[in-house]
Design a protein around this ligand. Structure first.
Ligand code: NDP
Ligand code: 8X3
Length: 254
Protein backbone atom coordinates (compact mmCIF):
# COMPACT_ATOMS: atom_id res chain seq x y z
CA UNK A 1 0.00 0.00 0.00
CA UNK A 2 1.32 3.46 -0.83
CA UNK A 3 2.01 5.75 2.11
CA UNK A 4 -0.99 7.91 1.18
CA UNK A 5 -3.58 5.35 0.11
CA UNK A 6 -6.39 6.25 -2.26
CA UNK A 7 -9.66 5.02 -0.78
CA UNK A 8 -12.93 4.72 -2.71
CA UNK A 9 -16.01 4.58 -0.48
CA UNK A 10 -19.41 3.85 -2.02
CA UNK A 11 -22.45 5.09 -0.13
CA UNK A 12 -20.38 7.79 1.55
CA UNK A 13 -23.25 10.25 1.92
CA UNK A 14 -24.54 8.74 5.17
CA UNK A 15 -24.06 6.26 8.00
CA UNK A 16 -21.19 3.80 7.83
CA UNK A 17 -19.80 5.23 4.59
CA UNK A 18 -19.66 8.77 5.97
CA UNK A 19 -18.05 7.50 9.19
CA UNK A 20 -15.41 5.65 7.14
CA UNK A 21 -14.77 8.88 5.23
CA UNK A 22 -14.14 10.73 8.49
CA UNK A 23 -11.79 8.12 9.93
CA UNK A 24 -9.82 7.64 6.72
CA UNK A 25 -9.58 11.42 6.27
CA UNK A 26 -8.21 11.68 9.79
CA UNK A 27 -5.66 8.99 8.94
CA UNK A 28 -4.45 11.11 6.00
CA UNK A 29 -5.86 9.03 3.12
CA UNK A 30 -6.93 10.47 -0.23
CA UNK A 31 -10.67 9.91 -0.52
CA UNK A 32 -12.98 9.28 -3.43
CA UNK A 33 -16.51 9.55 -2.08
CA UNK A 34 -19.39 8.15 -4.12
CA UNK A 35 -23.16 8.32 -3.68
CA UNK A 36 -26.27 9.61 -5.39
CA UNK A 37 -26.96 12.54 -3.04
CA UNK A 38 -24.40 15.14 -4.07
CA UNK A 39 -25.62 17.77 -1.59
CA UNK A 40 -24.80 15.38 1.24
CA UNK A 41 -21.38 14.53 -0.22
CA UNK A 42 -20.53 18.21 -0.64
CA UNK A 43 -21.48 18.93 2.97
CA UNK A 44 -19.30 16.05 4.16
CA UNK A 45 -16.41 17.16 1.94
CA UNK A 46 -16.58 20.64 3.45
CA UNK A 47 -16.52 19.19 6.98
CA UNK A 48 -13.53 17.00 6.11
CA UNK A 49 -11.69 19.91 4.55
CA UNK A 50 -12.25 22.05 7.63
CA UNK A 51 -11.35 19.27 10.08
CA UNK A 52 -8.44 17.60 8.30
CA UNK A 53 -7.45 19.89 5.43
CA UNK A 54 -8.16 17.28 2.77
CA UNK A 55 -10.19 17.65 -0.41
CA UNK A 56 -12.03 14.47 -1.34
CA UNK A 57 -12.86 13.68 -4.95
CA UNK A 58 -16.65 13.42 -5.24
CA UNK A 59 -18.45 11.04 -7.57
CA UNK A 60 -22.13 11.19 -8.42
CA UNK A 61 -22.77 7.52 -8.73
CA UNK A 62 -25.73 5.19 -8.67
CA UNK A 63 -24.08 1.79 -8.27
CA UNK A 64 -27.05 0.14 -9.99
CA UNK A 65 -26.15 1.79 -13.28
CA UNK A 66 -23.60 -0.57 -14.82
CA UNK A 67 -22.62 1.67 -17.73
CA UNK A 68 -22.30 4.70 -15.47
CA UNK A 69 -20.18 2.83 -12.91
CA UNK A 70 -17.78 1.74 -15.62
CA UNK A 71 -17.69 5.16 -17.33
CA UNK A 72 -17.23 7.20 -14.14
CA UNK A 73 -14.51 4.97 -12.71
CA UNK A 74 -12.63 4.78 -15.99
CA UNK A 75 -12.75 8.57 -16.25
CA UNK A 76 -11.00 9.17 -12.92
CA UNK A 77 -8.10 11.61 -13.34
CA UNK A 78 -4.73 9.79 -13.30
CA UNK A 79 -3.86 11.12 -9.84
CA UNK A 80 -6.99 9.44 -8.45
CA UNK A 81 -7.10 6.29 -10.56
CA UNK A 82 -4.80 3.98 -8.59
CA UNK A 83 -7.31 3.01 -5.91
CA UNK A 84 -5.68 1.15 -2.99
CA UNK A 85 -8.74 0.47 -0.86
CA UNK A 86 -12.26 -0.11 -2.12
CA UNK A 87 -14.99 0.02 0.51
CA UNK A 88 -18.11 -1.52 -1.00
CA UNK A 89 -20.57 -0.04 1.44
CA UNK A 90 -23.50 1.30 -0.65
CA UNK A 91 -26.54 -0.73 0.24
CA UNK A 92 -30.04 -0.70 1.57
CA UNK A 93 -33.00 -2.70 2.74
CA UNK A 94 -36.54 -2.09 1.59
CA UNK A 95 -39.54 -3.38 3.50
CA UNK A 96 -39.95 -6.18 5.99
CA UNK A 97 -42.74 -8.05 4.25
CA UNK A 98 -43.20 -11.78 4.13
CA UNK A 99 -42.03 -13.11 0.79
CA UNK A 100 -45.50 -14.05 -0.37
CA UNK A 101 -46.71 -10.48 0.13
CA UNK A 102 -43.42 -8.81 -0.81
CA UNK A 103 -43.02 -5.89 -3.18
CA UNK A 104 -41.10 -6.94 -6.28
CA UNK A 105 -39.78 -3.41 -6.83
CA UNK A 106 -38.23 -3.50 -3.32
CA UNK A 107 -36.56 -6.83 -4.13
CA UNK A 108 -35.12 -5.49 -7.33
CA UNK A 109 -33.78 -2.37 -5.64
CA UNK A 110 -31.99 -4.46 -2.98
CA UNK A 111 -30.56 -6.96 -5.44
CA UNK A 112 -29.54 -4.25 -7.91
CA UNK A 113 -27.81 -2.21 -5.20
CA UNK A 114 -26.43 -4.67 -2.65
CA UNK A 115 -25.40 -7.38 -5.07
CA UNK A 116 -25.15 -6.16 -8.64
CA UNK A 117 -23.91 -2.68 -7.67
CA UNK A 118 -21.14 -4.18 -5.54
CA UNK A 119 -20.18 -6.42 -8.45
CA UNK A 120 -20.12 -3.57 -10.98
CA UNK A 121 -17.89 -1.40 -8.79
CA UNK A 122 -15.58 -4.28 -7.94
CA UNK A 123 -15.30 -5.30 -11.59
CA UNK A 124 -14.29 -1.74 -12.48
CA UNK A 125 -11.72 -1.29 -9.69
CA UNK A 126 -10.17 -4.70 -9.10
CA UNK A 127 -8.28 -5.16 -12.42
CA UNK A 128 -6.17 -2.09 -11.60
CA UNK A 129 -5.37 -3.48 -8.15
CA UNK A 130 -4.29 -6.80 -9.63
CA UNK A 131 -2.21 -5.03 -12.28
CA UNK A 132 -0.48 -2.80 -9.71
CA UNK A 133 -0.01 -5.71 -7.28
CA UNK A 134 -1.62 -3.95 -4.36
CA UNK A 135 -5.08 -3.35 -3.00
CA UNK A 136 -7.72 -4.18 -0.43
CA UNK A 137 -11.44 -4.73 -0.99
CA UNK A 138 -13.72 -4.30 2.02
CA UNK A 139 -17.27 -5.52 1.57
CA UNK A 140 -19.90 -4.42 4.06
CA UNK A 141 -22.02 -7.53 4.49
CA UNK A 142 -24.30 -8.11 7.45
CA UNK A 143 -25.25 -10.56 10.15
CA UNK A 144 -28.31 -10.87 7.89
CA UNK A 145 -26.10 -12.68 5.37
CA UNK A 146 -25.39 -15.41 7.92
CA UNK A 147 -28.82 -15.78 9.44
CA UNK A 148 -32.12 -14.78 7.80
CA UNK A 149 -34.87 -13.32 9.95
CA UNK A 150 -38.64 -13.10 9.41
CA UNK A 151 -39.42 -10.59 6.67
CA UNK A 152 -35.72 -10.20 5.86
CA UNK A 153 -35.89 -12.70 2.98
CA UNK A 154 -34.48 -10.80 -0.01
CA UNK A 155 -32.30 -8.39 2.00
CA UNK A 156 -30.77 -11.38 3.80
CA UNK A 157 -30.27 -13.14 0.47
CA UNK A 158 -28.49 -10.10 -0.94
CA UNK A 159 -26.13 -10.07 2.04
CA UNK A 160 -25.62 -13.86 1.84
CA UNK A 161 -24.54 -13.15 -1.73
CA UNK A 162 -22.07 -10.54 -0.48
CA UNK A 163 -20.67 -13.20 1.79
CA UNK A 164 -20.32 -15.70 -1.06
CA UNK A 165 -18.75 -13.09 -3.32
CA UNK A 166 -16.26 -12.11 -0.61
CA UNK A 167 -15.28 -15.76 -0.15
CA UNK A 168 -15.11 -16.27 -3.91
CA UNK A 169 -12.93 -13.22 -4.34
CA UNK A 170 -10.46 -14.58 -1.80
CA UNK A 171 -10.19 -17.78 -3.81
CA UNK A 172 -9.78 -15.91 -7.08
CA UNK A 173 -7.16 -13.56 -5.67
CA UNK A 174 -5.06 -16.19 -3.93
CA UNK A 175 -1.48 -15.74 -5.10
CA UNK A 176 -1.90 -11.99 -5.45
CA UNK A 177 -1.24 -9.52 -2.63
CA UNK A 178 -4.81 -8.21 -2.83
CA UNK A 179 -6.74 -8.62 0.41
CA UNK A 180 -10.48 -9.05 0.86
CA UNK A 181 -12.31 -8.34 4.10
CA UNK A 182 -15.99 -8.75 4.79
CA UNK A 183 -17.45 -6.90 7.76
CA UNK A 184 -20.80 -8.21 8.96
CA UNK A 185 -22.40 -5.71 11.35
CA UNK A 186 -25.45 -6.35 13.44
CA UNK A 187 -27.72 -3.42 14.34
CA UNK A 188 -26.15 -0.06 13.55
CA UNK A 189 -28.19 3.11 14.07
CA UNK A 190 -27.95 5.00 10.77
CA UNK A 191 -30.53 5.97 8.14
CA UNK A 192 -30.81 2.26 7.33
CA UNK A 193 -34.17 1.66 9.03
CA UNK A 194 -35.64 4.95 7.74
CA UNK A 195 -34.81 3.77 4.26
CA UNK A 196 -36.15 0.29 4.99
CA UNK A 197 -39.48 1.72 6.13
CA UNK A 198 -39.64 4.27 3.31
CA UNK A 199 -39.22 7.28 5.61
CA UNK A 200 -41.43 6.12 8.51
CA UNK A 201 -39.20 7.52 11.28
CA UNK A 202 -41.21 6.28 14.25
CA UNK A 203 -41.09 2.72 12.91
CA UNK A 204 -37.37 3.18 12.28
CA UNK A 205 -36.71 4.51 15.79
CA UNK A 206 -38.57 1.54 17.33
CA UNK A 207 -35.94 -0.82 15.87
CA UNK A 208 -33.32 0.54 18.29
CA UNK A 209 -35.60 1.22 21.25
CA UNK A 210 -34.39 -0.06 24.63
CA UNK A 211 -31.01 -1.30 23.41
CA UNK A 212 -27.66 0.23 22.59
CA UNK A 213 -26.98 -0.33 18.90
CA UNK A 214 -23.61 0.01 17.19
CA UNK A 215 -22.72 3.41 15.79
CA UNK A 216 -21.47 3.96 12.27
CA UNK A 217 -18.12 4.92 13.84
CA UNK A 218 -17.89 1.52 15.56
CA UNK A 219 -18.00 -0.11 12.14
CA UNK A 220 -15.66 2.42 10.54
CA UNK A 221 -13.06 1.74 13.23
CA UNK A 222 -13.05 -1.94 12.28
CA UNK A 223 -12.71 -1.07 8.59
CA UNK A 224 -9.75 1.18 9.36
CA UNK A 225 -8.17 -1.46 11.60
CA UNK A 226 -8.58 -4.21 8.98
CA UNK A 227 -7.03 -2.10 6.23
CA UNK A 228 -4.08 -0.94 8.29
CA UNK A 229 -2.65 -4.38 9.15
CA UNK A 230 0.73 -5.37 7.72
CA UNK A 231 0.59 -6.83 4.16
CA UNK A 232 0.82 -10.46 5.33
CA UNK A 233 -2.27 -10.15 7.55
CA UNK A 234 -5.78 -10.39 6.16
CA UNK A 235 -8.71 -9.83 8.49
CA UNK A 236 -10.90 -12.11 6.45
CA UNK A 237 -14.24 -11.51 8.10
CA UNK A 238 -15.61 -9.78 11.16
CA UNK A 239 -19.01 -10.30 12.76
CA UNK A 240 -19.54 -7.12 14.74
CA UNK A 241 -22.52 -7.01 17.09
CA UNK A 242 -23.89 -4.72 19.75
CA UNK A 243 -23.50 -6.30 23.18
CA UNK A 244 -27.31 -6.25 23.34
CA UNK A 245 -27.63 -8.45 20.23
CA UNK A 246 -27.01 -12.21 20.20
CA UNK A 247 -28.50 -13.09 16.81
CA UNK A 248 -30.59 -11.45 14.10
CA UNK A 249 -33.72 -12.03 16.18
CA UNK A 250 -32.49 -12.19 19.76
CA UNK A 251 -31.82 -8.79 21.29
CA UNK A 252 -31.92 -7.55 24.86
CA UNK A 253 -34.15 -4.52 25.41
CA UNK A 254 -34.35 -2.73 28.71
P1 NDP B 1 -27.46 4.47 5.36
O1 NDP B 1 -28.83 4.44 4.79
O2 NDP B 1 -27.16 5.47 6.40
O3 NDP B 1 -26.39 4.61 4.18
C1 NDP B 1 -26.52 3.90 2.96
C2 NDP B 1 -25.61 4.53 1.93
O4 NDP B 1 -25.72 3.77 0.72
C3 NDP B 1 -25.99 5.97 1.61
O5 NDP B 1 -24.83 6.74 1.55
C4 NDP B 1 -26.63 5.87 0.24
O6 NDP B 1 -26.32 7.05 -0.52
C5 NDP B 1 -25.90 4.68 -0.35
N1 NDP B 1 -26.64 4.07 -1.44
C6 NDP B 1 -27.84 3.44 -1.41
N2 NDP B 1 -28.22 3.10 -2.65
C7 NDP B 1 -27.23 3.51 -3.48
C8 NDP B 1 -27.04 3.45 -4.88
N3 NDP B 1 -27.94 2.89 -5.68
N4 NDP B 1 -25.92 3.97 -5.41
C9 NDP B 1 -24.99 4.56 -4.61
N5 NDP B 1 -25.10 4.64 -3.28
C10 NDP B 1 -26.23 4.13 -2.73
O7 NDP B 1 -27.22 3.00 5.92
P2 NDP B 1 -25.91 2.28 6.53
O8 NDP B 1 -24.79 3.21 6.67
O9 NDP B 1 -26.37 1.55 7.72
O10 NDP B 1 -25.63 1.22 5.38
C11 NDP B 1 -24.35 1.02 4.81
C12 NDP B 1 -24.16 -0.46 4.53
O11 NDP B 1 -24.15 -1.16 5.76
C13 NDP B 1 -25.25 -1.10 3.68
O12 NDP B 1 -24.65 -1.97 2.75
C14 NDP B 1 -26.08 -1.88 4.70
O13 NDP B 1 -26.72 -2.97 4.11
C15 NDP B 1 -24.98 -2.31 5.64
N6 NDP B 1 -25.41 -2.71 6.97
C16 NDP B 1 -26.12 -1.84 7.76
C17 NDP B 1 -26.50 -2.25 9.03
C18 NDP B 1 -27.34 -1.39 9.92
O14 NDP B 1 -27.93 -1.92 10.88
N7 NDP B 1 -27.42 -0.09 9.68
C19 NDP B 1 -26.10 -3.56 9.57
C20 NDP B 1 -25.37 -4.38 8.64
C21 NDP B 1 -25.02 -3.94 7.40
P3 NDP B 1 -27.30 7.81 -1.51
O15 NDP B 1 -28.71 7.54 -1.06
O16 NDP B 1 -26.89 9.25 -1.39
O17 NDP B 1 -26.99 7.23 -2.85
C1 8X3 C 1 -28.64 -4.84 8.76
C2 8X3 C 1 -28.77 -5.65 9.98
O1 8X3 C 1 -30.26 -7.42 11.01
O2 8X3 C 1 -31.10 -5.13 10.83
O3 8X3 C 1 -27.93 -5.53 7.81
O4 8X3 C 1 -30.92 -6.52 8.87
S1 8X3 C 1 -30.33 -6.21 10.16
Amino acid sequence: MSSTPIVLITGASSGIGAACATLFARSGAKLILAARRQDRLKELALDLEQAFGIQPYLLALDVRDRAEVSRVLQALPPEWAAIDILINNAGLSRGLDKLHTGVVQDWEEMIDTNLKGLLYVTRAVLPGMVERGRGHVVNIGSIAGRQPYPGGNVYCASKAAVRAISEGLKLDLLGTPIRVTEIQPGMVETEFSEVRFHGDSSRAAAVYQGLTPLTAMDVAEVVLFATSRPPHVNISEVLLLPTDQASTTLVHRR
